[in-house]
Design a protein around this ligand. Structure first.
Ligand SMILES: Cc1ncc(COP(=O)(O)O)c(C=O)c1O
Length: 391
C-alpha cells in the first residue's frame, strides 16, 4: 500500500488544520487500528460477562504473542500496563533497596520516573544518583566515560532511557547493559519511545527490566505499554496492585485464585481489577498496520528528514547540535533562540497552527520536532519559513 505522506495523512485522525510535529508526546492512532479498538469495546459492551471472564485472556495472549515476536522475547516475559510510569513503579516496588545502596541514572530522564525514584530513595534511605551528562554529546566514548564515572561498588541498579524524552537522543544502551552485566549491576531500561521507532531485540539486549510505550511510535490507541521482566526475576515479583491472579501461594486464597496462564508472572499482573483493556488487544493490528504500509521505509525517510531539518535550523541559528546525527531517530531537540519558550510555543500554535513542544534548560531554549509518516515536505518547509520569520 502507498506510504507517502499524502496517502498516510488521511488515515490518521489528526486535525487537518494543524501541522502536527509532536508525535513523541502521545503518538497518534491510525483509523484502521482505532476501529479495531472500538470494535473490542463494542464486543465488551455486547456481553460484558462473557468478555471479561473468558475472552480477555485469549485476547491478551494473542496480543502478547504478537508483541513478543515484534520485540524478540518470550510471550510470557511481557505484561501489559497502561504506561511506562506504571511499569517503572512496579519495578521500583520490587527492588528492595536500602541505606548504603545506590541507583545510577542520568540528568536526561523523564520526570514521572525521576519523581518515583526520588520518593522511593527518600523513603528507604538509598542514594539515587544522577550522572550529569554534558551536552552537546560529542561522541559515545565521552558519554560513556561520564556515565560510568558515577558508578561505584554500591551501584545496584541502573535506570536509563533508551531514547530520551526532552532531548530526543538514542543513548548507547547495548553498551551500558553489557558493561552493567560485567559489573553485576541490574538494568532497568525506559524504552518509552522505542517500539515502532527503532528496532528492539530484547533477547539480544538482555536487560533485567524493560518498558516500552506502544501508543507512541507503534501508534496504538492511548494507554498501552509493556513491562518485560527477565525470567530470573519473575519468581518472586509482586505487582503493585494485587487481584484475582495473585495468592496461589497463600493457603487461604489458593482455591479461589484465578489462574489463566501457566506463568505466575502473567497471572499476578494481567488482571488488576476492572478496566478497559481494549487498547491492549490492538497491538497485533498496530503491528500489521505498519507492515501493510511498509513502515521501515517510512521510518527511514522520516529519519533522513529529521537530520536535514536539523542541519537547516542549526545553519540558520549557528547554535550547536546536541548530539551526533546517528543518535537521532524520528525526533530531534534543536536549540533555538526564544525570549519566552511558552509564548513562542503559543505563537506557533495560535498564529501558524503548528503544534510543537518548546523547552528551556540551563539558560538555553529549544524545541523538539517529531516527524511521522503523516508529515509532508510542505509541513516541514512551512515550519522552516515560520522559524526564519521568528528568529
Ligand atoms: C522517556 C520517557 N519515559 C517515560 C515516559 C512515561 O510516559 P507516561 O507518562 O505515559 O507513563 C515518557 C513519556 O513521554 C517518556 O518520554
Amino acid at each position: 500500500m502507498k506510504n507517502d505522506s499524502q496517502s498516510l495523512r488521511p488515515l490518521f485522525q489528526l486535525d487537518p488544520e494543524i501541522i502536527f510535529f509532536n508525535h513523541g508526546s502521545y503518538g497518534a492512532c491510525p483509523k484502521p487500528v482505532f476501529e479495531a479498538y472500538q470494535s473490542y469495546q463494542q464486543t465488551l459492551e455486547h456481553q460484558p460477562i462473557q468478555f471479561m471472564e473468558n475472552e480477555v485472556y485469549d485476547l491478551l495472549e494473542r496480543s502478547r504473542t504478537a508483541l513478543a515476536s515484534y520485540v524478540h522475547c518470550d510471550k510470557d516475559d511481557v505484561v501489559y500496563v497502561p504506561n511506562p510510569t506504571h511499569a517503572v513503579a512496579n519495578v521500583i516496588h520490587n527492588t528492595n533497596l536500602q541505606s548504603g545502596d545506590e541507583v545510577l541514572t542520568t540528568n536526561l530522564e523523564y520526570g514521572s520516573c525521576d519523581r518515583m525514584w526520588t520518593y522511593d530513595a527518600n523513603q528507604k534511605g538509598y542514594q539515587y544518583i544522577h550522572a550529569q551528562l554534558t551536552l552537546p554529546v560529542i561522541n559515545k566514548e565521552m558519554f560513556l566515560n561520564e556515565f560510568w564515572s558515577c558508578a561505584t561498588e554500591r551501584t545496584r541498579y541502573i535506570f536509563i532511557s533508551q531514547i530520551t524524552s526532552g532531548t530526543g537522543m538514542i543513548l548507547p544502551i547495548p553498551e551500558i547493559v553489557a558493561e552493567a552485566k560485567k559489573r553485576g549491576i541490574q538494568t532497568i531500561i525506559d524504552g518509552a519511545h522505542v517500539p515502532g521507532h527503532i528496532s528492539l531485540d530484547i533477547k539480544e539486549l538482555d536487560p533485567d527490566y524493560y518498558t516500552g510505550a506502544l501508543h507512541k511510535w507503534l501508534c496504538c490507541p492511548k494507554g498501552v505499554s509493556f513491562l518485560y521482566v527477565k525470567k530470573d526475576h519473575q519468581d518472586g515479583i509482586q505487582p503493585l496492585v494485587k487481584s484475582w491472579g495473585w495468592g496461589e501461594e497463600i493457603s487461604e486464597f489458593k482455591a479461589s485464585t484465578q489462574l489463566h496462564s501457566p506463568s505466575r508472572f502473567i497471572n499476578v499482573f494481567q488482571w488488576q481489577g476492572t478496566q478497559d483493556l481494549a487498547a491492549y488487544f490492538t497491538v497485533p493490528e498496530a503491528i500489521q498496520f505498519q507492515k501493510d504500509y511498509d513502515w521501515n521505509t517510512v521510518r527511514q525517510s522520516c529519519k533522513k528528514r529529521i537530520k536535514d531539518f536539523r542541519d537547516t535550523i542549526t545553519s540558520l541559528t549557528g547554535l550547536p547540535k546536541l548530539c551526533p546525527d546517528d543518535w537521532l531517530g524520528q525526533m530531534a531537540t534543536i536549540l533555538f533562540p526564544m525570549a519566552d519558550v511558552e509564548a513562542f510555543k503559543n505563537t506557533l500554535y495560535d498564529d501558524y497552527k503548528i503544534e510543537i513542544p518548546t523547552m528551556a534548560a540551563n539558560g538555553q531554549s529549544a524545541f523538539r520536532i517529531s516527524i511521522q509518516g503523516y508529515n509532508s515536505e510542505a509541513d516541514v518547509d512551512r515550519l522552516i519559513d515560520v522559524l526564519k520569520n521568528l528568529i
